[in-house]
Design a binder for this molecule. Structure first.
Ligand code: NDP
Length: 334
């Protein structure tokens, strides 16, 4: 059994000193439990937050503990009537090649609806995040302009496709030309702008001739600043993520912009709404019904970035925080 232990809390980018790969004894399944072999491990931006010892919506990973995370695994030994060897399940089993769990902490996946890895992406947590954030808090209407950042990623690609189905003009923002090209060609985004271009602000303005009605916020930083100059009255801003700041060690220098920002919220009657997908689990049945239909009808497609080999987990995670992934990042463990 191989596993990654949180040995030390990172400041800035996590590395081998913080997350140590070690050999451990094979876990043993007790009464009512199953032994699992990890097939695909999901890597997600929120994991960076779990490495910090700061107040958040979830408890941090403790020092010396296996790094947390969701995976699709195969049951290889069962001491419970509900699951049999060969079954595929998803659960929060962490960064390890084998684990032990009780069936009530696992969800048996239906590979007839989508392949195993997709249960960590388009029909899993990131897809659900896009669905909840847009439907509940973005509330896009036909003809409106929806902007989404980290547009080619696990969440962004789904946000854009749902917004297109709603009849919106969809503008993506991403950090590479090939990512931009991909979302336009494969997901039907109207335009996508690379925020690393020198004239990014001008390009975004040109892409949104009628202003911005919904901004699905995934990144923060300069993208957020540029969007805020273009929002319309009554714009909705679901605040999903702020990845540009996850490795930040201190606040940037510069004037305090809180007063004009609050003024803009008032004058433009903006609605900001932070949300965490897991608070909305009552929508999971709706989501799974809609998404499986969309996948079947070809209305939603998706891109995965599959990294081979458990030993490459940390490098792949570092890449996620630097924009190296192309689509939903998963590690193929076995
Ligand atoms: P992605 O698949 O989009 O991967 C992360 C991407 O973020 C990178 O590929 C990169 O794309 C972009 N990025 C990385 N660093 C920066 C930076 N400094 N500035 C701007 N962009 C950056 O990840 P997800 O789709 O899984 O997650 C997207 C966002 O959604 C994250 O902020 C995440 O925390 C959040 N989230 C929130 C949830 C919730 O319940 N609220 C649940 C799931 C995710 P690029 O090349 O375009 O910069």
């Amino acid at each position: 059994n191989q596993r990654y232990i949180l040995a030390e809390r990172p400041t800035g980018m996590p590395d081998e000193d913080h997350l140590q790969l070690e050999e451990a004894a094979m876990p043993e399944a007790g009464d009512g439990q199953v032994l699992l072999k990890t097939r695909y491990l999901s890597l997600d931006p929120y994991m960076r937050g779990r490495m910090n010892d700061s107040a958040s919506y979830a408890t941090p990973v403790a020092i010396g503990e296996v790094m947390g995370g969701e995976a699709v695994s195969e049951v290889i030994e069962s001491h419970h009537p509900d699951l049999s060897p060969g079954d595929l399940v998803k659960g929060r089993t962490g960064w390890q090649t084998h684990s032990v769990a009780s069936p009530d902490a696992l969800y048996k996946i239906d590979t007839g609806l989508a392949p195993p890895s997709a249960w960590l992406g388009v029909i899993g947590m990131p897809g659900f995040t896009a669905y909840v954030g847009l439907r509940e808090f973005g509330q896009p209407k036909e003809g409106e302009t929806v902007v989404v950042s980290a547009a080619s990623g696990a969440v962004g690609q789904v946000v854009g496709q749902i917004a297109k189905m709603k009849g919106c003009r969809v503008v993506g923002v991403a950090g590479a030309d090939d990512k931009c090209q991909h979302v336009v060609e494969h997901y039907g985004f109207d335009v996508c702008v690379n925020y690393k271009d020198d004239d990014f602000e001008d390009q975004l303005k040109a892409a949104c001739p009628k202003g911005i009605d919904v901004y699905f916020e995934n990144v923060g930083g300069k993208v957020f600043d540029a969007v805020m100059t273009l929002v319309n009255d009554f714009a909705r801003i679901p605040v999903c993520g702020r990845i540009a700041h996850y490795n930040q060690t201190r606040l940037p220098e510069g004037p305090d912009r809180l007063i004009p920002f609050m003024q803009q919220i008032l004058v433009n009657r903006l609605m900001f709404r932070g949300f965490i997908q897991s608070d909305h689990n009552e929508l999971l049945p709706d989501f799974r019904r809609d998404m499986s239909q969309w996948l079947k009808d070809g209305k939603v497609t998706y891109q995965e970035d599959v990294v081979e080999g458990f030993e490459n987990t940390l490098t792949a995670f570092q890449g996620l925080l630097q924009g190296r992934n192309r689509g939903k990042l998963v590690v193929k463990v076995s």
